[in-house]
Design a protein around this ligand. Structure first.
Ligand code: SAM
Length: 243
């Protein structure tokens, strides 16, 4: 089956809505994907669901599309944040892409005591990766990406209604935690540490907070990007929208 082009546009979508294309979008659709006038594609904007549209104008410097029918309603993922310490570039890109595919509402890069990649973090790149992953995986919602936040500050100002799934490498070897129905329907955040793990002070701070659920991710020390996927899978399969 020829894969249908799916494109994120920052533009309202609706029946008979026309969408003007930027030069970059025109290059992608007509230069790279070789679409021509009359052909159809799918559009998302993170708000109006997915719409089938057709090419009405195709040029090197721009073009125009016309929306016809909504093919998917907006599906907003559960109120789940992924808080992750920045890693080496390609590993952060992996975490971002998998988080979108597995389903998060918000991505928050956090500076922890042992984080050592934060200074090269490019939020614009992460936003572009989020859009690309949303286009690719059939999502109709595009997660929000926050600027880098200090973990200590996040915890100091924490909303105590939001549960924290704290992947703590100090629990390695203990059985992976069953989340059960506790916190079903509540807002959650998953916290994954950097390659160097969490500091004793961070662990104490987290353990002292009521909404914190310290979890083991099994008997081996996982790379941070593996831990992010494992924790998201655990949460989504027990409390999320995989039910
Ligand atoms: N430097 C740490 C050590 O040797 O103990 C390992 C940190 S690990 C590479 C990065 C993050 O992944 C950890 O901070 C934690 O959030 C998560 N993680 C990795 N393995 C885990 C496990 N078995 N249980 C819980 N969390 C784990």
């Amino acid at each position: 089956m020829a894969s249908t082009v799916r494109l994120f546009v920052e533009h309202p979508l609706g029946k008979e809505q026309s969408v003007a294309l930027s030069r970059t979008q025109a290059h992608y659709l007509f230069g790279v994907m070789r679409l021509t006038v009359g052909q159809t594609l799918l559009l998302i904007n993170g708000i109006d669901g997915e719409w089938q549209a057709s090419v009405v104008e195709a040029g090197k410097k721009g073009g125009a599309l016309l929306c016809h029918v909504q093919t998917r309603p907006l599906h907003i993922p559960p109120d789940l944040w992924l808080m992750f310490a920045p890693l080496r570039k390609e590993r952060t890109a992996f975490v971002v892409e998998k988080a979108v595919e597995l389903g998060v509402r918000r991505l928050i890069p956090v500076q922890t005591a042992y984080t050592n990649q934060a200074d090269r973090l490019r939020i614009d790149k992460i936003e572009a990766q989020v859009i690309e992953a949303s286009e690719q995986c059939g999502a109709t919602y595009v997660p929000q990406v926050d600027p880098l936040a200090k973990l200590a500050h996040m915890l100091d100002t924490w909303d105590m209604d939001r549960q924290i799934l704290f992947a703590d490498e100090a629990l390695v070897g203990q059985p992976a935690t069953q989340l059960g129905a506790q916190g079903q329907g509540a807002p959650w955040a998953i916290l994954i540490g950097p390659e160097g793990g969490f500091s004793p002070q961070e662990r104490d701070m987290l353990q002292a907070m009521k909404p914190t659920h310290r979890i083991s991710l099994g008997p081996r020390i996982l790379r941070a990007e593996t831990a992010a996927v494992a924790a998201l899978t655990l949460w989504q399969s027990q409390l999320g929208d995989w039910q």
